[in-house]
Ligand binder design. Structure first.
Ligand code: CTP
Ligand code: MG
Length: 163
């Protein structure tokens, strides 16, 4: 498989996870950050368990959108598992960010970009383990796409940070 085909195959495979990871921003905005998953509770270190950036509407909205994308691709179960894995990966990441005292919304490079990919790949492996070529491609490509998108948003003045 040449490199371009590999990139296309990798993105097509992971597409539900990309949607599940991106759409909570919209749902979080609509619900104005209400209904936090951790019910605003603190962990024993005094920091939020997950923080205000993780909400129930974001979680279920992302799960729905990602699963619908999978259904449209003709892979309902895979779409559901990729989406659920992506959202759980994001929550696990936020839990560790708070333990490291990284404030909600502040960046933790690589963790912020790979959390959802790793979660998605782990959960989807219940029914289908993607080829190692696909896995490597996604681990390299995703941070680059992330950075490209954020830099574009910064240049368009939609975002305050370039990363
Ligand atoms: N979001 C949400 N529910 C989720 C995930 C995300 O409502 N389960 C929304 C929140 O409004 C969040 C935004 O999407 O602020 C961006 O998501 P993300 O970058 O994952 O969260 P951060 O605010 O950066 O928080 P953290 O530092 O915990 O990653
Ligand atoms: Mg963030």
């Amino acid at each position: 498989m040449d490199i371009l085909n590999l990139i296309i195959a990798a993105i097509w495979f992971i597409l539900p996870a990309y949607f599940a990871n991106a759409s909570p921003v919209v749902f979080g905005k609509i619900s104005k950050g209400k209904w936090p998953i951790d019910f605003n509770k603190k962990f024993k270190d005094g920091q939020p368990i997950l923080g205000r950036g993780k909400t129930w509407p974001g979680f279920f909205g992302g799960l729905l959108v990602g699963t619908v994308i999978g259904a449209l691709q003709g892979v309902l179960l895979i779409g559901f598992l990729l989406s659920l894995g992506a959202l759980l990966g994001d929550l696990v990441k936020s839990f560790f960010k708070r333990r490291l005292k990284v404030a909600r919304g502040k960046s933790l490079p690589l963790a912020d970009q790979l959390d959802f990919i790793i979660g998605a790949l782990l959960l989807v492996s219940i029914v289908q383990v993607p080829s190692w070529e696909i896995i490597i491609t996604l681990l390299i490509l995703t941070p680059l796409i992330h950075l490209g998108a954020n830099t574009t948003a910064y240049l368009l003045k939609l975002k305050k940070e370039w990363y």
